[in-house]
Design a protein around this ligand. Structure first.
Ligand SMILES: *[C@@H]1O[C@H](CO)[C@@H](O)[C@H](O)[C@H]1NC(C)=O
Ligand SMILES: *[C@@H]1O[C@H](CO)[C@@H](O)[C@H](O)[C@H]1NC(C)=O
Ligand SMILES: *[C@@H]1O[C@H](CO)[C@@H](O)[C@H](O)[C@H]1NC(C)=O
Ligand SMILES: *[C@@H]1O[C@H](CO)[C@@H](O)[C@H](O)[C@H]1NC(C)=O
Ligand SMILES: *[C@@H]1O[C@H](CO)[C@@H](O)[C@H](O)[C@H]1NC(C)=O
Ligand SMILES: *[C@@H]1O[C@H](CO)[C@@H](O)[C@H](O)[C@H]1NC(C)=O
Ligand SMILES: *[C@@H]1O[C@H](CO)[C@@H](O)[C@H](O)[C@H]1NC(C)=O
Length: 516
């Protein structure tokens, strides 16, 4: 299961042309660094190849023995930034519910010669709720604020280091990092020149709520209910979706290229229909459950508020919700966030989760986390560029959400499709899971994945470099070529490559709802 990862990269272009970092310069720089509301915790000169221990990293961020590989001679600085009188965000150091520093992305950035920053979004850890319980300022950091502080402090660090302020600023993030990037473009449009935003978790509360709502649609938590679809049935259901729908894109490769363009009728898997044997076939109640599982999410007024689960995607969200026969939601972020941030109740559990719980959270919108800020007009007017990408087999944030967001930006900025495409490109990656992985040719220099393939450091294959070329050379990224590696080891043996120019996404969405 994917978790929401907070991934921040702030890169300042053109650094390679500037003074190289020497040990002496690093030490004198660290000693003299002075930024308001910011404490310098440590600084050191590190050489390429050093394996750096990261003590103090919490378990959900890969601790306690996490290390990072230094990929260039660099000056490392650890900062703590006070974002309010009662919260702070640690920079450069510490990678869920997005409280982990994204070292992989930072390492990639440093390897390319960028000054790279990462931060913990104001709390340490990707699981748990204590860090949010009764801490509204920590929630604000996570919700919308920490990235802005990272940008602002990062710029000051670089200006002091290079005694210059003419840099291009980039950000790369995935999942909640993608959400924070879009939110940042709306709230603080002058922070960055280019944004690389993967599998963005915009509409965050509904994404998380959908896990509870979908679980209920298939009979959970009553594992004995006749409507409950058993874990062992799900692989057969998905296999049948792929068998029926994959060939419609012209090539039978086990990947449904455009799942939002298809419908799947679970009646074909009913007992007696002949496709599944008596162990796996669906009873009439289960047919109804599966049908509901692939409907969009509605609010209490029956408005569609979140798109349907992806056909062909991994179904752990349906199948993993029990432990030894006891109902337990596998997507722990739901319980954590509603405990810590929504209900301020450390005993709340999601077994009775309903639309009302979702709507309540939306009304509260703790930390303004549920960003759906599609007015990017100021960012656009300043010349900002966005490359966004989303896997078409994303089991965590359904990729249709990116279609919705794209349409929203277009209508909210009053731009034509051509004008929108001139600053914001959305690439769908067939067969990619949440942020990376999956059967498709998914490697495009994804945020959160270290290392890059050093032989494909080119804007045709690497989305960060494509973004830099767009911002600095006005070279529009018409296509991105994805690479599939043997055993998904990036940089290893190339199995296949695929490049696709995606049709523009315009504003008509059609849903066929089959009510049973
Ligand atoms: C996060 O962890 C770092 C050490 O890794 C520590 O310095 C900092 O105080 C922690 N922050 C919080 C909010 O616990
Ligand atoms: C971390 O390293 C210590 C010391 O080598 C070791 O005892 C411990 O088992 C390690 N912990 C994990 C989770 O790997
Ligand atoms: C770091 O070292 C590796 C291995 O020697 C080398 O391939 C790479 O180019 C070096 N990186 C930089 C930025 O010098
Ligand atoms: C039903 O089909 C599954 C998957 O093909 C198979 O593993 C299982 O043994 C079959 N069960 C029976 C009773 O035929
Ligand atoms: C959260 O719960 C704690 C303990 O029950 C209580 O002291 C605190 O006032 C509550 N905070 C809010 C914002 O309701
Ligand atoms: C769910 O609702 C039932 C019936 O009202 C109640 O007995 C149970 O305690 C509730 N469970 C949770 C986790 O709130
Ligand atoms: C878009 O047009 C509407 C209606 O004319 C207007 O109210 C709105 O302010 C415009 N938005 C922008 C970002 O220009």
């Amino acid at each position: 299961m994917g978790t929401f990862a907070s991934n921040k990269l702030l890169c300042f272009g053109a650094l390679a042309r500037l003074a190289r970092c020497t040990a002496d310069k690093c030490v004198s720089f660290g000693a003299g660094l002075s930024i308001p509301d910011t404490k310098v915790i440590a600084y050191s000169h590190e050489t390429n190849g050093t394996v750096l221990p990261l003590p103090g990293t919490v378990a959900s961020c890969g601790g306690p023995n996490l290390t990072a590989i230094i990929t260039a001679d660099l000056c490392r600085v650890v900062l703590v930034v006070a974002t309010s009188s009662s919260s702070e965000t640690s920079g450069f150091r510490d990678w869920g519910i997005g409280g982990c520093v994204d070292y992989p992305t930072m390492q990639n950035g440093a390897g390319l010669g960028f000054a790279s920053f990462g931060m913990n979004a104001g709390h340490n850890g990707s699981t748990g709720f204590d860090f949010f319980l009764d801490k509204p300022e920590v929630l604000n950091d996570f919700g919308y604020r920490s990235l802005h502080f990272e940008a602002s402090v990062g710029k000051q660090v670089v200006e002091q280091y290079y005694a210059s302020s003419s840099f291009k600023n980039y950000y790369a993030g995935c999942s909640t990092g993608g959400r924070q990037g879009f939110q940042n473009a709306h709230l603080y449009p002058s922070d960055f020149d280019g944004l690389l935003l993967g599998s963005p978790g915009v509409n965050w509360l509904r994404i998380v709520a959908s896990k509870g709502i979908l679980a209920h649609r298939i009979g959970w938590p009553d594992l004995d209910s006749p409507a409950y679809v058993r874990p062992e049935q799900w692989p057969a259901i998905v296999a049948e979706q792929i068998r029926q729908l994959d060939p419609l894109d012209g090539v039978a490769d086990g990947i449904i290229d455009e799942p939002t363009r298809h419908r799947f009728d679970p009646q074909t898997l009913a007992c007696g229909a002949g496709l599944l044997n008596e162990t796996l076939c669906l009873t009439p109640q289960q047919v109804s459950s599966v049908r509901k599982a692939y409907e969009p999410v509605y609010d209490s007024d029956t408005h569609i508020v979140y798109p349907a689960f992806e056909l062909g995607a991994n179904t752990n969200v349906f199948s993993d919700n029990q432990q030894n026969g006891v109902a337990k939601l596998s997507y722990t972020i739901l319980q954590d966030f509603w405990r810590g941030a929504v209900y301020n109740d450390s005993t709340w559990a999601p077994e009775n989760f309903s639309t009302a719980d979702m709507d309540f959270a939306l009304a509260e919108n703790p930390g303004q986390v549920n960003a759906w800020d599609t007015d990017l007009s100021e960012f656009h007017e300043r010349g900002g560029k966005v490359i966004s990408y989303h896997g078409r087999s994303d089991e965590t944030v359904t990729s249709a959400l990116s279609e919705w967001f794209y349409s929203g930006v277009q209508s909210n900025t009053n731009l034509t499709l051509e004008e929108t495409q001139a600053f914001y490109r959305l690439f769908f990656i067939p067969g990619m899971h949440h942020c990376g992985g999956g059967p498709g040719a998914w490697s495009i220099g994804n945020a959160q994945r270290y290392p890059y393939d050093q032989t494909l450091l080119d804007s045709s294959y690497n989305a960060l470099l494509a973004l830099v070329d767009w911002v600095e050379k006005n070279r529009t990224p018409e296509t991105l070529i994805g690479t599939k590696y043997q055993d998904d080891v990036v940089g290893g043996e190339v199995v296949s490559q695929r490049g696709k120019k995606y049709p523009p996404y315009v504003s008509i969405l059609l849903y066929m709802l089959i009510v049973t």
